[in-house]
Write a protein that binds this ligand. Structure first.
Ligand SMILES: Cc1cc2nc3c(=O)[nH]c(=O)nc-3n(C[C@H](O)[C@H](O)[C@H](O)COP(=O)(O)OP(=O)(O)OC[C@H]3O[C@@H](n4cnc5c(N)ncnc54)[C@H](O)[C@@H]3O)c2cc1C
Length: 445
């Protein structure tokens, strides 16, 4: 492709999950590509993701399991697979926007892509897909090598400062410190506004607005919660692997519920279950409450019977009556929350005390003070309005030649690899479309 008067055919702005895929795809489709990244190192969020293990995608979105070369946890039911529908559903009510991007690059194609790049993947019990190595750096290294081999030129330490149309809108100039990059087309993949320390400071919203786009107000999503219980901070580092977190409105309505791990931190509660229900904490004006079932595998009656049976074996300390799935220091706290006097031994436990203990284990109520905001939110909800973007190409309907992918779009999904999948799929489609303007990928027959 010729680029007279231009530095390149396609400039990709922001080299995170979506930008890495978009730049490599565009270059492999024959475009001359320059990829501008604000940071010294692209893809910082990939490194931090999934507790530095990188939850690449989710097996619920697979059609077949044979694309995964690593182990599939026997607890993951193959019947849970729904193909692209699972991803679309995860992004409801806006998921339909993703259907075309998923047609271009679905979960099977994503898994096959990483496997071909040398990243063997495995499926965990809850469907989350991780590298067999459990190393997010393997995922980033593979994508970086792919970018390099694609022929795209990476420019790190190059923050875009502005984007303006040039030459009667047949191209764009991206302003960078000390100059500009002139390109026929732009793929905007600067991400959202969460974890600003990673370089994602919401720059893209202003760029998009100036090019005529509406932006749905960005809000933190998948954020840890602050609760009105100081003792939570004292238990920092503890986790309960299997818990149910529920957010309940002041009227008692369950707004969000998730069964997953809960993590105690010095500023409140985190872990997948908490992050997933955190959106409920922002509903309406009144503060909702968080309820934790710390032993969801056991019914309340059975739990009480078990506590009673154990209490009678010698003179056990009360915290030791609580099943081991609950860490000891948390068990001690639960005993005091159940208002059981210190020093009590098993046989002295009254029926009422036993009932109160079972109650705090099965329904620990914690008033929510708020979430930790953009500083610690894993994703940003809101973003560039979807009705102004063509889902078949990801080209802007407002500024022709501008393509948008990843978290900058008004899309946010739950924990489980869904947000990366949206970034991979939209990055792929945007890169492909930007390299082949006028062609709608997959629309041939
Ligand atoms: C702690 C944490 C853990 C997570 N774990 C998971 C997980 O396990 N699974 C999952 O699916 N999702 C996870 N996510 C969410 C996931 O990381 C994002 O949804 C995904 O990275 C979005 O991809 P993106 O390419 O749109 O944006 P990003 O990956 O954020 O990339 C945007 C890039 O643009 C660059 N940039 C910003 N402004 C400019 C500018 N002006 N000029 C040039 N470059 C710019 C940034 O430096 C960055 O490199 C996690 C997020 C966090 C914060």
């Amino acid at each position: 492709m010729m680029s007279e008067g231009f530095d390149c055919d396609v400039v990709v702005v922001g080299v995170g999950a979506a930008g890495l895929v978009a730049a490599a795809r565009a270059a492999r489709s024959g475009a001359r590509v320059i990829a501008l990244e604000k940071n010294r190192r692209p893809g910082v969020k990939i490194l931090m993701s999934g507790g530095t293990r990188c939850n690449v995608t989710n097996a619920r979105g697979l059609r077949g399991l044979d694309v995964v070369s690593g182990p599939v946890d026997p607890a993951f039911s193959p019947a849970a697979r729904q193909g692209a529908r699972a991803i679309v559903k995860a992004f409801e009510p806006k998921g339909a926007f993703l259907a075309k991007a998923l047609r271009a690059f679905d979960v099977d194609a994503t898994v096959a892509h990483f496997e071909a790049l040398g990243v063997a993947l495995k499926v965990e019990a809850n469907g989350k897909i991780f590298p067999v190595s459990d190393r997010a750096t393997d995922v980033l290294d593979a994508l970086m090598l792919d970018l390099e081999r694609s022929g795209a030129t990476l420019r790190p330490n190059s923050p875009a400062l502005g984007i303006r149309p040039i030459l009667d809108s047949t191209g764009f100039a991206v302003e960078v410190p000390g100059g500009e990059v002139r390109a026929r087309r732009v793929v905007l993949t600067v991400g959202g506004e969460s974890y600003p320390g990673c370089g994602t400071t919401g720059d893209g919203y202003e760029f998009a607005r100036r090019l005529g786009h509406a932006v749905v107000e960005p809000r933190p999503a998948l954020a840890p919660l602050r609760v009105a219980a100081d003792w939570v901070g004292e238990l920092k580092g503890l986790s309960v692997i299997d818990a149910i977190a529920r957010v309940r409105s002041t009227e008692g309505v369950v707004l969000e519920e998730q069964r997953e791990a809960v993590l105690f931190t010095h500023w409140g509660l985190s872990g997948p279950a908490i992050l997933d229900v955190s959106r409920g904490a922002r509903v309406g004006g009144a503060r909702p409450t968080l309820e934790l079932d710390l032993l969801p595998a056991q019914g309340r009656d059975l739990l009480e019977q078990q506590i009673q049976a154990r209490a009678r074996q010698g003179r056990p300390a009360i915290p030791t009556l609580i099943p081991l799935a609950i860490p000891r220091r948390l068990a001690e706290k639960l005993v005091s929350l159940a208002r059981i006097p210190p020093g009590r031994a098993g046989p002295e436990l009254t029926r009422e005390e036993r009932g109160r203990l079972a109650e705090v284990i099965k329904r620990l109520v914690l008033p929510i003070l708020g979430d930790l905001g953009f500083a610690k939110a894993e994703v940003t909800a809101g973003g560039v309005a979807l009705d102004q973007v063509n889902p078949a190409t990801l080209e802007s309907k407002i500024a022709r030649g501008l393509y948008l992918a990843g978290e900058i779009l008004d899309l946010d999904g739950p924990i489980g690899g869904y947000n990366f999948q949206a970034a991979w799929s939209t990055g792929w489609l945007a890169g492909l479309s930007a390299a082949n303007p006028g062609i709608t990928p997959g629309a041939t027959s």
